[in-house]
Design a protein around this ligand. Structure first.
Ligand code: HEC
Length: 152
């Protein structure tokens, strides 16, 4: 009887350990998720920059699609920076400690970018593209400057 109890305890303990392991991994998966989200954001901005440069014909529907892709992925990024996923996580990430030292500043930089993406989604004329892109691009840059480490 004692032996069985011990075995059960052992099995439960092992489960708890593996559950912990899964949790930690899920946690660190956020790093890959946010990098994918940011890549999608980068893909959207590429279309907009191409249009601003005249390499792609102006098309309000395409502008809107790119802007909404950017907005959705920035929105999703809000919860993709949980504690423990910074530079000390042992994973490849350019997220800086500053994100967790100034969470409010980081979230507010996200909000600014999201509202700039909203502005972009409302662009219907070519003349409106550049000013909207200036705002949106500026919002990426100011967050990256403060919260993203340079490429290694
Ligand atoms: C609130 C902060 C913030 C805003 C706003 C922001 N980014 Fe980022 N971005 C980051 C951080 C932090 C990383 C690094 C993530 C990591 O490596 O874990 C990143 C990474 C990236 C990457 C590299 C993804 C990869 O790993 O390959 C691209 C591309 C990118 N951002 C584009 C943009 C563009 C374009 C905008 C504006 C439309 C933007 N970002 C807005 C914080 C931000």
């Amino acid at each position: 009887m004692r032996k069985t109890t011990k075995m059960i305890v052992g099995v439960v303990a092992a489960l708890a350990i593996s559950a912990g392991g899964v949790m930690a991994a899920g946690h660190l998966n956020k790093i890959g998720e946010r990098q994918e989200a940011m890549k999608a954001v980068g893909g959207g901005i590429k279309v907009l920059v191409g249009m601003a440069k005249g390499e792609i014909d102006f098309d309000a529907a395409k502008v809107k699609k790119a802007a909404l892709t950017i907005k959705a992925n920035l929105n999703a990024s809000k919860t993709m920076f949980p504690d423990g996923t910074g530079p000390d996580s042992g994973k490849k990430t350019r997220a800086m400690d500053e994100i967790w030292l100034d969470t409010e500043g980081f979230q507010s930089a996200l909000k600014t970018a999201i509202s700039a993406a909203d502005g972009m989604a409302g662009v219907t004329k070519k003349a409106e593209l550049m000013p909207a892109l200036g705002k949106l691009g500026g919002s990426c840059k100011s967050c990256h400057e403060k919260f993203r480490a340079p490429k290694k």
